[in-house]
Write a protein that binds this ligand. Structure first.
Ligand code: NAG
Ligand code: NAG
Ligand code: NAG
Ligand code: NAG
Ligand code: NAG
Ligand code: NAG
Ligand code: NAG
Ligand code: NAG
Ligand code: NAG
Ligand code: NAG
Ligand code: NAG
Length: 826
């Protein structure tokens, strides 16, 4: 009888802890938090299946491949987008390589990657991004062929599922620092189990295999055209062309799309954390070697699953509305005072309360003592008295209507502004505008955006390379793309360092073969297929480092977005001094930097467990256990200056990120530089930051905003692209926004199409009341002022706060009256 009582008591206790103060009523967040805390490593085996999952809408704003190219992806979703892209990219690679046996007649299936390739590939997925916590490939029963065992031709593993997850190595004797490095990985073959037990990921007894059930098992009965096909045109170094068509995951335009998301689930018995997974199917022609092509069908034989910690997925607690249109479990759990303030999400908080701030509603201003909007962090911790007595905004008593009739600026006013923004007074046009001491952002952007594939040939080549401070912020903006390159570089480093093709094992197991050309082509291709923002990617091998080749550099590119046709070229073909890739500036830079000293490379530890034998049934340790490898991280790569690719495959402004990979030298004693993986992205997708910053930040557009410096400050708006006006002017402490009109507010997401209209100030998308001046409006008005047209620029300032009402103050009036009469009297 004691047990229920304790249970009841503990429930009460939990409830009382949740609601620290009585003003904090229980909400959806607490409900999820309760579920989240309830399941632990120790009880997860016995709780009900349902409790191992959180509701679908606990993760809102899931990246959707249909609109990643249309709408901006905000920092609060970059990590989710990365696991989305990574799962997709892996699926393309495996689909490509499993079917690559059709490119050339396979001799006894030697083209299939070996077991080590699978395991190490999942390691690289996790090691290249701290936000990825696990990566796996799960094969359907009896569908994985492998060259890793002697006499295994035309046989399949019953189950095969290489998986890597990041371990907490805080207490690991591997390293003595007693800190979490996040660089230790547990690598396992989860297929080494007794089938049809609760350990078998493909069985119904396995409680958390929702990722598996999303796509598998795939029952294909007949028909050869049930799976989407992709086409690759390959041009080899010997100038022969080949077009290869292979089956892959569904296309982005299909329903359902290629990527399915799982509910957050408790990774019971494995990493024992709450995870969210992106799942993409891998296609193959199955079964093989029947001798009858007409009974071999394109089939999904495996799924690629990439997972991240649920705790790291930002939640949005604001009420539903534009930008938060659900389904979102946490909508409306913010604790802003709704009468006078409104909620705005902040990023980087993960699954914690307080990832928002409360700004004043239109028509309200902050009280004098408050400098910035109220941070939820502080609100959530407030006691009842404090909560009820503060965090309000004050009503602005007297609001101006915006002027209906526009006027040209008074010449004097115009002069004042032109002196302040003197870069608009005497400026140069064209490429020279980029080298002015103070950049005229309109001229600079005008030059950059008017270069096209026709006129670029007549422009001085020097002017087709921009300064390195133009793509400011690209490290953060293109972080996912850079990480895809790092993944491949990490994988090659890892494979070259761990797999020894000459090793001999005591049982029937065989080491993997050396990397093949097809694998490298497939990996490079997967970068551009899995990430739509990567326009081209290349794996450039240092001279004589790739087996049997002097030069080898598969370069994959696409010529349009949303396509299923891709191209690969081996750049080894272009071997004259000028075009040879090893002579390019970025290649030489990395080659020289990584000539001899490898100490600063990141060290990754692995604990690899393989299957016991071909049947599986249980695991055993890899011969080298634990082991480690060294590879580059983000900082070891190189960002090029932006350039216009005038004679290239895709004429556009690009920025390139290149990252090196390493393997053993011939004596196997020390590492050596083996080559570079590079990806290029469209420069004009980048956001421009015009706000002021520290004097040393390398941003060409720094401090080019047009906010009134005395009364307002500049705050960047994300997602506006390579245009001026990606900011807003918020009123400073003690100032207020004087207008009550529906200010024209341009939705950054629809901006590309609307931009022309907007500068011309014609039609606007939607109007919304605000409490700040939008940067695009400021820039447009400023341009009017410069052109000496009608403008309202001079009015767009914040007003000294305190005009609480328009009621006349008798004392003031009396004083003025007295003064006036006094002066007049004299
Ligand atoms: C392929 O395998 C068969 C038997 O398994 C063997 O006789 C033949 O020599 C092999 N071919 C090559 C090229 O290794
Ligand atoms: C997942 O990654 C995060 C870092 O983003 C780390 O803090 C966390 O411990 C990892 N979780 C697991 C289960 O390794
Ligand atoms: C897989 O192969 C094994 C051994 O050949 C067989 O016992 C099992 O029934 C097969 N499983 C399926 C799902 O075909
Ligand atoms: C060209 O190279 C490719 C790949 O290395 C090879 O498959 C093809 O047979 C070669 N063609 C000729 C004509 O040598
Ligand atoms: C391969 O294609 C390229 C362009 O697509 C062409 O210039 C080249 O001549 C082709 N090679 C052969 C051997 O036909
Ligand atoms: C491969 O295996 C399948 C099914 O087990 C069989 O039908 C086929 O004849 C085998 N092919 C070869 C070349 O051994
Ligand atoms: C992410 O940020 C954007 C822009 O601030 C916002 O519209 C969106 O609701 C946020 N999403 C989440 C889950 O916080
Ligand atoms: C504009 O600047 C150039 C050189 O920077 C100078 O020669 C010229 O006189 C200036 N023109 C005006 C109108 O100030
Ligand atoms: C490299 O060339 C040698 C000799 O031609 C050949 O035996 C070996 O299989 C080749 N290696 C690869 C990976 O193609
Ligand atoms: C360049 O490639 C061509 C054809 O592949 C070859 O004949 C020539 O020797 C190569 N030149 C150099 C410098 O490697
Ligand atoms: C694999 O090992 C198990 C014992 O763990 C054994 O029963 C099985 O026969 C072995 N399989 C092969 C193919 O040797």
């Amino acid at each position: 009888m004691a047990f229920p009582a304790i249970y009841l008591l503990s429930c009460l206790f939990v409830l009382s802890v949740i609601a620290q103060y009585e003003w904090q009523i229980k909400d959806a967040y607490d409900e999820i938090r309760l579920k989240y805390n309830k399941v632990t490593k120790d009880n997860c085996e016995i709780v009900h299946d349902k409790e191992l999952f959180l509701p679908e809408d606990a993760v809102s704003h899931k990246p959707d491949i249909k609109d990643v190219n249309i709408n901006p992806v905000f920092p609060n979703r970059t990590a989710l987008l990365h696991i989305h892209n990574m799962a997709l990219s892996r699926s393309f690679f495996w689909s490509y390589i499993l079917q690559s046996r059709f490119i050339r007649p396979a001799i006894n299936d030697t083209y299939d990657p070996g077991m080590m390739y699978y395991l190490l590939s999942t390691v690289a997925d996790v090691s290249s991004n701290p936000h990825v916590n696990a990566s796996a490939v799960y094969f359907a029963p009896n569908s994985s062929y492998s060259p890793s065992y002697l006499g295994f031709f035309n046989k399949t593993f019953d189950r095969f599922a290489p998986r890597t997850y990041r371990a907490d190595d805080f207490n690991d004797p591997l390293h003595l620092e007693r800190i979490s490095t996040l660089n230790t990985f547990i690598v396992q073959d989860l297929g080494a189990v007794v089938p049809h037990t609760s350990n078998d990921y493909a069985s119904a007894f396995y409680r958390i295999n929702s990722w598996y059930k999303k796509w598998l098992p795939d029952k294909v009965a007949g028909r050869h055209d049930t799976k989407t096909t992709y086409q690759v045109k390959i041009r080899y170094a010997n100038n022969t062309n080949e077009t290869f068509t292979f089956h892959g995951p569904p296309g982005a335009d299909e329903i359902p799309g290629p990527v399915k998301w799982t509910q957050p689930y408790f990774d019971c018995g494995r990493s024992n954390r709450w995870l969210v997974a992106a799942v993409v199917p891998i296609a193959d022609i199955y079964p093989r070697h029947t001798g009858f092509r007409h009974i071999e069908y394109p089939t999904y034989t495996a799924v690629s699953v990439v997972e991240m910690d649920f705790e790291r997925v930002d939640i949005n607690q604001c009420p539903t509305g534009p930008g938060n249109d659900g389904p979102n479990k946490f909508a409306n759990t913010a604790r802003c005072k709704k009468e006078t303030t409104e909620c705005e999400p902040l990023d980087g908080w993960g699954f914690r309360r307080g990832g928002y701030q409360c700004r004043c509603r239109p028509g309200y201003r902050l009280p004098y003592h408050a400098r910035r909007p109220y941070l939820a962090e502080i609100i959530e911790r407030a006691s009842s008295e404090v909560y009820y007595s503060s965090f309000d905004c004050l009503k602005i008593g007297w609001l101006q209507k915006p002027p209906v009739q526009w006027e040209k600026a008074h010449p004097y006013i115009r002069d004042v502004y032109l002196n302040r923004y003197y870069e608009y007074k005497n400026f140069t046009r064209g490429p020279a505008s980029l080298h002015m001491k103070k950049l005229n952002i309109h001229e600079a952007l005008h030059y950059i955006t008017t270069v096209n594939k026709e006129n670029c040939k007549s422009i001085n080549p020097q002017d087709l390379v921009l300064n390195g401070d133009i793509p400011f912020g690209s490290k953060e903006f293109f972080v996912n793309e850079a990480r895809m390159a790092i993944r491949l570089a990490n994988f090659i480093s890892l494979f070259l360092q761990i797999n020894d093709p000459k090793e001999i094992f005591s049982d029937k197991r065989l080491p993997d073969h050396e990397l093949t050309e097809d694998q490298m082509i497939g990996e490079t291709l997967a970068l551009i297929m899995g990430n739509s923002r990567i326009w081209s990617a290349g794996t450039y091998w240092e001279r004589s480092r790739f087996t049997n080749r002097t030069y080898f550099a598969p370069y994959a590119y696409k010529t349009e977005l949303n396509t299923r046709k891709f191209a690969v070229e081996d750049l080894a073909r272009l071997n004259d001094t000028e075009n040879l890739y090893t002579n390019q500036e970025w290649f030489r830079f990395l080659q020289q930097r990584w000539q001899s000293n490898f100490d600063s490379l990141e060290k990754y530890n692995m604990k690899i467990k393989l299957r016991f034998n071909t049947t599986g049934l249980h695991q055993r340790k890899f011969e080298h256990y634990p082991n480690f490898y060294r590879a580059a991280n983000m900082d070891h790569g190189y960002w090029t200056s932006p350039y216009y690719d005038c004679y290239g495959k895709q004429p556009m402004w690009k920025v390139k990120y290149a990252v090196p990979f390493f393997g053993w030298d011939s004596s196997k004693a020390s590492l050596e530089f083996k080559g570079v993986v590079a990806v290029t992205m469209d420069l004009l997708k980048l956001d421009i930051n015009q706000c002021p910053d520290k004097y040393y930040t390398p941003n060409a557009f720094k401090d080019s905003h047009k906010c009134d410096q005395r009364s307002s400050y500049c705050v960047p708006i994300q997602g506006r692209g390579f245009y001026s006006g990606g900011y807003k002017c918020e009123c400073k402490q003690g100032y207020e926004y004087p207008f009550e009109q529906e200010t024209t507010y341009y939705d950054g997401q629809l901006m590309e199409a609307e931009f022309e209209n907007l500068v011309a100030n014609k039609e606007t998308r939607f109007e919304q009341e605000t409490t700040y001046y939008d940067g695009q409006l400021m820039e447009a008005e400023f341009e009017n002022l410069v052109a000496n047209k009608e403008t309202r620029f001079d009015m767009f300032k914040c007003r000294l706060a305190g005009a609480s009402c328009i009621q006349a103050n008798y004392i003031t009036i009396l004083a003025i009256f007295l003064l006036l009469t006094f002066f007049r009297g004299r």
